[in-house]
Design a protein around this ligand. Structure first.
Ligand code: MSP
Length: 530
């Protein structure tokens, strides 16, 4: 397995505030990055903002500010949201930054010089909101945008085109040779059958109908099409074609580094078809994996800024804490499938998994160690009770399952592996009945072993939950009395880790939520329900 990772989110449009759907993508990417780093791998994590395009130009005009002022203001909100959600990105790229603009112009020039880009005239169905041209088949008899469902208009303009035909065969060969490139794999057939087989038109890569974009150096009345501009962020951020290409060499070109793009199903076409073609045109490596996640729906329709049916993550985090929101996002929707956000499920998840299962396990364990052993975890003495062995096995199974699932980007499954261990540990309390052992002088060794095993199970669950429960897991380590230097993942298999640790009673990590109060509160955050 590769030891170095480069992982990216899409760069979000600062056309309006971000919603919980964007938070979903970034949080999941962060969980993956953190889990890799905690296990000792190097992981470079990029996110950013996609700041050009007609929609932004128009929104700025409506707001009476310049496009740059408009995006500056919204991007401030991106920074705040990622701070609030404790996202650990290593860099944040903005497509209006010099480091990006200059390189995009260079890329355009290189493609022109190679004759991969030529000047022509474009006529097609244009969706203003998605800034995409569509073919007759795609818009259908009603002339509706296949992405957002809004009416599209026939549009014509002088434009530059990228010769996709030149790269189709090698793209198909690349798909064949790299069956793990697109995850889930079904996306590959969708790309081939929906877009490639019907005949891929050359891609229009410039616009003259608006000016908020990167000017084509050779012909400045054209600005670079937003998708050519946007996709290249993944390499401009690393310093491709700059005076400092070290990161680019280390995280993109070096085959020892695994490059992973995380993206929503709505933008698969651009990432799975055009991006590998652009890279090939530039003579660069293609990404190793593109992980396409499903979309978060509200009721039955996709949550989207343009439809206005969004959930704002801020009040959720303020009221329930960063851990509950991160947990909900990572656990509720199977990564890869669509899912819906509902207030009932949010409350139910927090109560069932965090308050009742995990929080309660910690509470009971710390209380019992306090009561029976004056707050000192008894030392490990091997398997003493008849149930110790099976708990030890459950611990090892959870670790293995978690690592396997996380490596495959099956983040939901990784969490379920930890939940299983929490449930197994709660069951272990019922099996060993410590309160009964405590009444019997001759059962002291058993009681001590049960406490040690529970403390260990709590360390392991907290360690594995840590990439998701970024503050609660640390509080659990505090309550277990583990000093900072003993909390690392490298101790995950150490059975003696908790020996003689001095526990500290703390507040419950996740107070139970009252559904009668919280469900209406969350519903009130969902614009659609107002
Ligand atoms: N700017 C482009 C991406 C360029 S990447 C080179 C863009 N931006 S976006 O802000 O509209 O959306 C970016 C991503 O946000 C989507 O691909 C998806 O990953 C995520 N989501 C947007 N709405 C979402 C949901 N309702 N649910 C889950 N993810 C959502 O497209």
């Amino acid at each position: 397995m590769k030891k170095r990772f480069y992982i990216t989110t899409p760069i979000y449009y600062p056309s309006a505030k971000l919603h919980i759907g964007h938070a979903y993508c970034t949080t999941l990417t962060d969980v993956f990055a953190r889990s890799k780093r905690e296990r000792g791998f190097e992981c470079y994590f990029l996110t950013g903002a996609d700041e050009h395009g007609l929609k932004i130009e128009k929104n700025a005009e409506k707001a009476g500010v310049t496009p740059q002022e408009f995006v500056d203001n919204i991007v401030e909100g991106f920074y705040k949201l990622w701070d609030l959600l404790k996202i650990t990105n290593d860099d944040f790229i903005r497509t209006t930054q010099d480091r990006h603009v200059k390189v995009v112009q260079d890329i355009f020039s290189k493609m022109l010089a190679k004759d991969d880009i030529y000047l022509g005239e474009y006529e097609g169905w244009y969706c203003k909101d998605c800034e995409a041209f569509w073919t007759d088949t795609q818009v259908g008899p009603d002339h509706l945008c296949p992405d957002c469902g809004r009416p599209v208009q026939k549009a014509k303009e002088e434009a530059y085109f990228f010769r996709t035909g030149k790269y189709v065969d090698s793209l198909l060969k690349f798909y064949d040779e790299n069956p793990k490139f697109l995850v889930p794999e079904s996306r590959k057939n969708e790309m081939i059958n929906t877009f490639i087989k019907p005949g891929l038109d050359d891609l229009c890569v410039s616009r003259t109908s608006f000016s908020w974009g990167i000017p084509v150096r050779e012909n400045p009345k054209h600005v670079v099409y937003v998708w050519l501009d946007a996709l290249t962020n993944y390499i401009t951020a690393l310093g491709y074609d700059s005076d400092h290409p070290e990161k680019f060499e280390k995280f993109w070109q070096d085959p020892e580094c695994e490059t992973i793009h995380i993206l929503g199903a709505d933008i698969t076409r651009f990432h799975a078809i055009y991006w590998p073609m652009f890279l090939e045109s530039l003579g660069l490596r293609k990404p190793d994996r593109e992980f396409i996640h499903g979309l978060l729906m509200m009721r039955d329709s996709k949550m989207s800024k343009s439809k206005g049916n969004v959930v704002d993550p801020y009040p959720l985090v303020e009221r329930y804490g960063v851990d509950a929101v991160r947990y909900y996002l990572a656990r509720e929707v199977s990564f890869g499938s669509d899912g819906s956000f509902t207030p009932e499920q949010f409350v139910e998840r927090v109560n069932a998994d965090l308050a009742n299962a995990y929080g309660n396990l910690l509470n009971r364990t710390i209380s019992m160690i306090g009561k029976y052993f004056q707050g000192t975890v008894p030392a490990y003495q091997g398997t003493v009770t008849e149930f110790d062995g099976s708990l030890e096995t459950a611990i090892e199974v959870a670790i293995t399952e978690y690592e396997k699932a996380m490596d495959d980007l099956r983040i939901t499954d990784a969490i379920i592996a930890v939940n299983d261990l929490v449930n197994r540990s709660n069951k272990y309390i019922d099996e060993t009945t410590p309160w009964a052992l405590a009444k019997d002088e001759s059962k002291q060794a058993e009681l001590a072993s049960v406490m040690n095993h529970l403390a260990r199970a709590l360390f392991v669950t907290s360690r594995l939950y840590h990439p998701v429960l970024v503050t609660a897991a640390d509080k659990a380590f505090d309550q277990l009395g583990l000093p900072e230097d003993k909390r690392g993942y490298e101790n995950i298999h150490d059975k003696h880790l908790l020996d003689n640790s001095a526990t500290v009673k703390g507040n419950p990590l996740f107070p139970r939520l009252d559904a009668n109060i919280e469900v209406p509160f969350i519903a009130s955050l969902m614009n659609e329900c107002k």
